[in-house]
Design a protein around this ligand. Structure first.
Ligand SMILES: [Zn+2]
Length: 209
């Protein structure tokens, strides 16, 4: 077994979800994708990113960052991460940033906005923040992953595409994302055809939001 077993309490993760290496397949502002359209939460002024985990056999993972001009917000945490990783360098506006993000590889960590900002800036969290910010974990990019690192961690079902080159892997990831969107589009159509009472029973996990 190559996996390293942690026997040190202090090194165990606080997070409820394991970090993963993911390829960003989707980064849309005011996103109108079927997944966002299913959400009861207002779609304006927020960023939806979706990523395909490459080192773990997980489905597409999602993060939504609601815009706020304040540092202590999910938008603040996202922008801090982009600054820390140097991604915003050379980007003149949001559109350029989103364009750059697509196809990038990051390690994602599930962490609350407050914990992340405190850890990365040393700032002390102001009292009286919305409770949601304190409690809800969201995926934050914490490290840029180099393409050759995948050799050691890429999951088995994607390994053959990786060995054909990163362009091929990105193409496959994008195809999988298009299929995912289509699947949600069909589900959405079915929901729209059913009566309102049935709609209420439909559940989708928006725990990332
Ligand atoms: Zn969306």
């Amino acid at each position: 077994m190559s996996e390293r077993i942690i026997i040190d309490w202090d090194k165990l993760s606080d997070s409820l979800r394991e970090p993963f290496v993911g390829l960003i397949t989707h980064a849309e502002w005011n996103c109108n994708c079927p997944i966002c359209r299913k959400s009861p939460i207002q779609r304006n002024n927020r960023l939806h990113i979706a990523m395909l985990p490459l080192d773990k056999e997980l489905d597409f993972q999602h993060a939504w960052y609601n815009y706020s001009g304040k540092k202590w917000s999910s938008w603040g945490a996202f922008i801090l991460s982009m600054k820390k990783l140097g991604v915003t360098v050379g980007c003149r506006d949001l559109q350029e940033l989103l364009q750059k993000l697509k196809g990038m590889l990051f390690e994602f960590e599930s962490i609350t906005v407050v914990k992340y900002i405190e850890r990365e800036t040393g700032m002390k969290c102001p009292s009286r923040l919305p409770e949601m910010l304190e409690k809800k974990e969201t995926w934050i990019p914490v490290r840029i992953v180099r393409e050759n690192e995948l050799e050691f961690c890429i999951r088995d079902d994607l390994r053959q595409f990786y060995s054909q080159g990163m362009d091929r892997l990105r193409e496959i990831a994008n195809n999988l994302w298009q299929q995912e969107l289509k699947k949600h589009e069909e589900e959405l159509k079915q929901i729209e055809q059913t009566s309102p009472s049935e709609v209420e029973t439909y559940e989708y996990d928006f725990s990332n939001e």
